[in-house]
Design a protein around this ligand. Structure first.
Ligand code: AMP
Ligand code: MG
Length: 422
C-alpha cells in the first residue's frame, strides 16, 4: 500500500501528454492551446473613429463654443467599412461613423451630440481636445506582438482575439479517448431486462460522465465477466483509447483479476492506496497503454476517479494545473476515521456571511451512491488523524462548482435593498 500523494505522482509519471490537432475555432473553447499566437497585423489595423460624429482638424475648432460655434464644410458621409480617398483641408470636416478609418488630414473627432447639421455644413459647439475620440492603429495589439501563449486554456476572450486575426482554425492538444470497462459477473447492462441477484452497471455511466466533465471522450466497452480471457479481450478492444479505466475486480476476492492481467500481460505500477473510500486501486501499463483499475464500489470508483483519473486526463489534454482548488470550511460535526488513511468525506456546504461550513451527507459507505448524489464537496481528512472535531477547519474539494454561485451578487449595490424588499 502506498500513500495518496505518491500514488498520484506515480500515475502521472506514466501518463503522456497527447499530440496536437487543428480544430475549428468554435470547437476550441476549453481546450489547451498548442501554439504560440503572434499578431499578424495591428489591432485595430488603422486609426479609426471611436464615436459617431465629425472628423476634422483640431486647429479649426480650437476656439469654438456653444455661443460662438465654428462652421465647417462637410465633404462626405463616411460609414464604418468605407475609406475616404481624399484629404481633409482647413475649414472642412467629414461626417464619420464609429469604426470608420480616419481620413487623411484630420486629427480629432467631435461627437455628434456636440454638433448641429446646417445644410452642407456643420456647426461645432465644443472641442474636447486634440486627438480625442480616435482609436489608434495597434493600440490594442501591435503587429508581431505575442498575444496568446501555448498552454493556456482557451476562454471566450481568446476565441475573440483569434477571430480578430481571422484564425478560423487553431492548434490545440488532443482530447484523450478514455475506454471504460466494468467488470463483474453480477452486472447487468442499463437496457437489459431486470433480473434477480444482478446489479445494474452504473459505474460505466458515472465514470463516462466524469470523463466528459473533465474534457475527455469516453468509449464504453460494456461489461467483462470475471474471467481472465473475457477481461483481456475487452482490454484489447479498448486499445483504441489513450487511457483504459476498469471498475471492479481489483480487490482480494477470488474473482478479482484486473491486477493479475496487468501483471501477466503488462506492467503493474502499484496496487492499493492509503485512502478511504478507494483503497484497492491498481495501475500500470498494458499493451503500451496506461490502465487505471478503479474499485467497483460506486463511491470508491467516483472518488478514485477524482483523485487519479481527472488529473491524468487533464495532463493528457495539455493542462498545466491538474488539481481543483480546495476550499477551507468549518466542520459542523465530529468525525471518526481510521488513522493511516486519507478519508474523503462526502459533504454538503453552506455559507453564513464570509464563513463556509461543511456537514457530512450521512452514511459514508463506499456503496452508498446517494452520498455522492447529495455531496457538494469532499472533505479531505489527513492520514495522521483518527478523529476530527466540530469547529475544526478542513479542506474541501468542490464537486459542485455552482456552490459558489449566488442568487444576487454582493457587488451589485442594489442587492441588499432588494433582499430587504423581498
Ligand atoms: P468489486 O470491486 O468487483 O469487488 O465490486 C465491489 C462492489 O461494487 C460490488 O458490490 C459490486 O456489485 C459493485 N460494483 C462493481 N462494479 C459495479 C458497476 N459497474 N456498477 C455498479 N456497481 C458495481
Ligand atoms: Mg467484482
Amino acid at each position: 500500500m502506498i500513500q495518496l500523494e505518491e500514488a498520484i505522482l506515480r500515475i502521472l509519471e506514466q501518463i503522456p501528454r497527447l499530440g496536437l490537432e487543428r480544430v475549428n475555432l468554435l470547437q476550441a473553447q476549453g481546450r489547451v492551446l498548442g501554439e504560440e499566437v503572434v499578431a499578424p497585423r495591428n489591432l485595430p489595423p488603422w486609426d479609426n473613429s471611436a464615436m459617431d460624429g465629425y472628423a476634422l482638424r483640431w486647429k479649426d475648432v480650437q476656439k469654438t463654443s456653444a455661443e460662438k460655434p465654428v462652421r465647417l464644410k462637410v465633404l462626405a458621409d463616411l460609414a464604418a467599412g468605407r475609406i475616404y480617398k481624399g484629404r481633409v483641408a482647413k475649414g472642412e470636416a467629414i461626417r464619420i461613423m464609429t469604426g470608420a478609418p480616419l481620413p487623411r488630414g484630420v486629427d480629432t473627432v467631435i461627437q455628434v451630440e456636440d454638433t448641429e447639421k446646417a445644410g452642407s455644413a456643420v456647426k461645432i459647439f465644443a472641442s474636447p481636445g486634440k486627438g480625442k475620440n480616435i482609436r489608434r492603429a495597434g493600440e490594442d495589439v501591435k503587429a508581431g506582438e505575442q498575444v496568446l501563449h501555448k498552454g493556456i486554456v482557451l476562454q471566450p476572450a481568446h476565441i475573440g482575439m483569434l477571430a480578430s486575426f481571422q484564425r478560423s482554425f487553431v492548434s490545440v492538444y488532443q482530447q484523450p479517448r478514455v475506454a471504460i470497462l466494468s467488470t463483474g459477473d453480477e452486472l447487468l447492462e442499463i437496457d437489459e431486462p431486470w433480473a434477480g441477484g444482478k446489479i445494474v452497471n452504473s459505474n460505466s455511466y458515472s465514470l463516462a460522465a466524469q470523463v466528459t466533465a473533465c474534457g475527455g471522450l469516453p468509449i464504453q466497452l460494456g461489461i467483462a465477466k470475471d474471467q481472465i480471457d473475457a477481461l483481456l479481450s475487452k482490454i484489447r478492444q479498448g486499445l483504441i483509447a489513450d487511457l483504459l479505466l476498469t471498475s471492479g475486480g481489483v480487490s482480494v476476492g477470488d474473482y478479482d483479476f484486473v491486477k493479475e492481467v496487468l501483471k501477466s500481460h503488462g506492467k503493474i505500477n502499484f496496487w492499493k492506496v492509503a485512502m478511504r473510500p478507494g483503497q484497492p486501486l491498481a495501475c500500470g501499463i498494458i499493451f503500451g497503454k496506461p490502465l487505471i483499475g478503479l474499485p467497483g464500489n460506486p463511491v470508491s470508483a467516483m472518488v478514485s476517479f477524482e483523485q487519479f483519473v481527472r488529473p491524468s486526463i487533464l495532463k493528457m489534454s495539455g493542462h498545466q494545473n491538474l488539481f481543483p482548488p480546495a476550499l477551507q470550511a468549518e466542520l459542523t460535526e465530529d468525525i471518526e476515521k481510521k488513522a493511516g488513511l486519507v478519508h474523503f468525506i462526502r459533504c454538503r456546504l453552506f455559507r453564513e456571511g464570509e464563513k463556509t461550513f461543511a456537514s457530512t451527507t450521512g452514511e459514508q459507505g463506499s456503496g452508498i451512491l446517494s452520498s455522492m448524489v447529495k455531496a457538494q464537496g469532499l472533505i479531505v481528512l489527513p492520514p495522521d488523524r483518527n478523529r476530527v472535531q466540530a469547529g475544526e477547519a478542513v479542506s474541501v474539494i468542490l464537486l459542485d462548482p455552482t456552490f459558489l454561485h449566488t442568487p444576487m451578487p454582493s457587488y451589485l449595490s442594489f442587492a441588499d435593498d432588494r433582499e430587504k424588499n423581498c
